[in-house]
Design a protein around this ligand. Structure first.
Ligand code: ADP
Ligand code: MG
Ligand code: ZN
Length: 653
């Protein structure tokens, strides 16, 4: 499967014929002009240098001689005139008179005190003068000229670089502001021929709804005329929205592959240029290219970089707004009977300018969500096809362990597993490799450099066991599948993994409360056993508080406020934090309510661990010895002999 990407610097052959033919003459003329200018400039410089640095070389009549030669010529009476430059000790002398005169040059021998007497004896006309004024002038000129030369040279280099970058040799000339203002040319959109992207819907696992909505567009691209005949208007554009790594780019490529049309891809950030106006020119050019190649797909990745809501904030960005306006105009302008579909991808749909999403522009919105259990399994299997696997690997287990993982995460896991297999000197990937790579992707590599003291290890072991026991006594929908106290490069000193049996889409208030209690379990164990608090619970606290806050402000799950919305969620696909939409007084009450919820979970955890104190000791010590234990080992100890029946302490509301 090869993808041919034409680098932006080189132009595809068709472009050469299409675009260059109309302005070849113009281009050549300008090229010649700028060449002439450079040559003239060079000549001028040379002339200046020659007249000041080597003034006498020009007339070619001064000969260099040795000092002894000079002396002997003085003694023999040939020399008629001597001129000494003080400081530099340079002597210029003349032999003969009139037309037969010849100039020589030499340098005075240091401390030759006899020279004056000798010259007098020989009856030579001699004089001395201060260093030449022309030399001073030269220094003066150089100081003034050098910056200019550097500036011109810099401008020329920049000009050349810009042209190269844009693959653009029809836009700039020397006269246009030394290369800075020019280069309003090619968009740099890469054209990847549809049939060569090699990506089809078969390469996208899961995402069935998205594929279904895209199927219609594929039909349209394959056969635009059929739609035109009836007079049906197809969407100009479709917006793929979803969290990072869910396959938005992949889907857009797959549509091009399915429909067998060219795929023009450009990233939103590429439009935002340093010079105002260039982004807009890129947009114009992109659509011009697309128009020539229709039917085709134009894909604008990360469109939020240009498509951000225009508002009257201080930080308005002229370049971005111009680019956006141009984009809006182009999307209105193109004739869709030809079959151009513009795809755009973003994970911040709420920040997009409403003008972009109105009918006639990006009027279709295709959600590309995180994969569910079945989707994850499918993605794992798909990517597993690319590597050699041992027979009988259970992808379902792995899919269950990775709720919330995106397609990109899962692809990464398979790759990490393959890397691990190689490291272990095996030629096939085993189940253990994948399970280990899940941890690597979630928490980072094992960190060998961190060596915990025995005491710290004990604390971490109790902390993790605390989480696990609180998790285990709950309704059993989320059993513990793994506990480990191996430090990770992600910063965790250990973690407890819970696996959901079946995926569900609704979460009850009770379940949220349980989650908070489980998160409090680590700190509770530390308090109970060591009577101390450590920094190890920071992440737990953060997460527990976040859940509690969402319960109060967004989910209507508090007695105090009931079903009142107190916050507005932002960045749904990027973490989903919320801004409060209430008065300050209410904000204080919210804090109190959140604190109450977290504290309730904390008390539940403490109570649970108090009741299971012996198990806590036993499992923590076992974990400290083994460093990583499976869910089965954990449950075996927890439920062994003394008639332990996992159950919640009586919930006190
Ligand atoms: P996005 O554009 O949504 O951020 P990409 O399309 O760039 O994500 O996906 C990144 C990578 O993740 C893809 O190249 C692919 O290997 C993998 N991937 C993501 N989703 C899927 C999927 N549904 N099926 C197969 N592979 C996927
Ligand atoms: Mg992408
Ligand atoms: Zn913890």
């Amino acid at each position: 499967m090869t993808v041919r990407v034409i680098p932006s610097g080189t132009k595809p052959a068709w472009h050469k014929e299409k675009i260059q033919d109309m302005d070849t003459n113009d281009k050549n003329r300008r090229k010649r002009q700028s060449m002439t200018l450079y040559v003239l400039l060079g000549l001028l410089l040379l002339a200046l240098l020659r007249s000041f640095v080597f003034p006498s070389v020009i007339n070619g009549s001064v000969r260099e001689t040795s000092y002894s030669d000079f002396l002997s010529k003085v003694d023999s009476g040939e020399v008629t005139k001597v001129d000494l430059t003080t400081d530099s000790g340079e002597i210029t002398y003349q032999t003969g008179e009139g037309p037969s005169a010849q100039l020589y040059r030499t340098t005075q021998f240091p401390n030759d005190s006899t020279l004056v007497t000798r010259l007098e004896e020989a009856g030579v006309d001699f004089s001395a003068h201060l260093p030449d004024e022309s030399a001073t002038l030269l220094v003066y000129l150089l100081i003034n000229l050098l910056p200019l030369i550097i500036f011109l040279f810099g401008g020329w280099l920049l000009n050349r670089r810009l042209r190269k970058e844009l693959g653009d040799d029809n836009s700039m000339s020397f006269g246009g502001g030394f290369g800075i203002g020019g280069g309003l040319g090619r968009s740099g959109a890469k054209e990847v021929r549809g049939e060569e992207t090699g990506v089809t819907f078969r390469d996208v696992a899961g995402q069935d709804e998205a594929k279904e909505s895209l199927q219609e567009i594929v039909g349209f691209l394959k056969n635009p005329d059929r739609y035109a005949e009836i007079g049906a208007k197809l969407p100009h554009g479709a917006l793929l929205v979803g969290p990072p790594g869910t396959g938005k780019t992949l889907l857009a490529k797959a549509v091009a592959g399915e429909a067998n049309v060219p795929f023009f891809s450009i990233s939103g950030s590429e439009f935002v240029e340093m010079f105002v106006g260039r982004g807009a020119a890129k947009v114009r050019d992109l659509f011009k290219q697309a128009n020539d190649k229709a039917p085709c797909i134009v894909f604008i990745d990360e469109i939020d970089a240009v498509g951000k809501r225009r508002d009257s904030s201080f930080t308005s960005n002229d370049e971005r707004e111009q680019t956006l306006n141009q984009l809006l105009a182009e999307m209105d302008g193109f004739d869709n009977h030809k079959g151009i579909v513009v795809f755009a991808a973003t994970n911040r749909p709420e920040s997009l300018d409403p003008a972009l999403t109105r009918p006639g522009r990006f009027d279709r919105r295709i959600p590309v969500e995180l994969p569910d259990l079945a989707g994850r399994e499918a993605i794992l299997k798909l990517h597993a096809n690319d590597v050699k696997m041992e027979a009988g690997i259970d992808f379902g287990v792995i899919a269950r362990q990775t709720p919330g993982a995106s397609g990109a995460d899962l692809a990464n896991m398979i790759n990490e597993a393959a890397l691990r297999a190689v490291r272990m000197g095996r030629n096939r990937v085993s189940q253990a490799d994948i399970l280990e790579s899940v941890d690597v992707v979630i928490a980072g590599e094992k960190k060998k450099s961190t060596v915990l003291s025995e005491h710290e290890k004990e604390v971490v072991a109790y902390h993790e066991t605390g989480h696990a026991i609180v998790a285990a006594v709950q309704d059993g929908k989320k059993p513990v599948s793994k506990i480990t106290i191996v430090p990770r490069t992600g910063g965790a000193l250990g973690f407890t993994m819970q696996t959901e049996e079946d995926e569900h889409y609704l979460t009850t208030r009770e379940e949220y409360k349980q989650q908070i209690a489980v998160l409090c379990g680590g700190r509770a164990a530390e308090e109970l056993i060591f009577g101390q608090m450590t920094s190890g619970a920071a992440n737990d606290i953060e997460r527990a508080t976040k859940i509690a806050r969402a319960m109060v402000t967004q989910l209507g799950m508090s007695e105090r406020f009931g079903m009142m919305a107190l916050g507005q969620s932002r960045n749904q696909y990027l973490g989903g934090d919320a801004t409060l939409t209430c008065s300050e007084g209410t904000a204080q009450e919210i804090d109190a309510e959140v604190q109450r919820l977290v504290e309730e979970g904390h008390q539940t955890a403490l109570e649970t661990l108090r009741r299971n104190r012996f198990k806590l000791h036993e499992i923590a010590h076992y974990l400290q010895r083994k460093e990583t234990i499976t869910g089965e080992e954990f449950m075996r100890i927890l439920t062994r002999d003394d008639g332990f029946a996992p159950r919640m302490p009586a919930a006190e509301e």
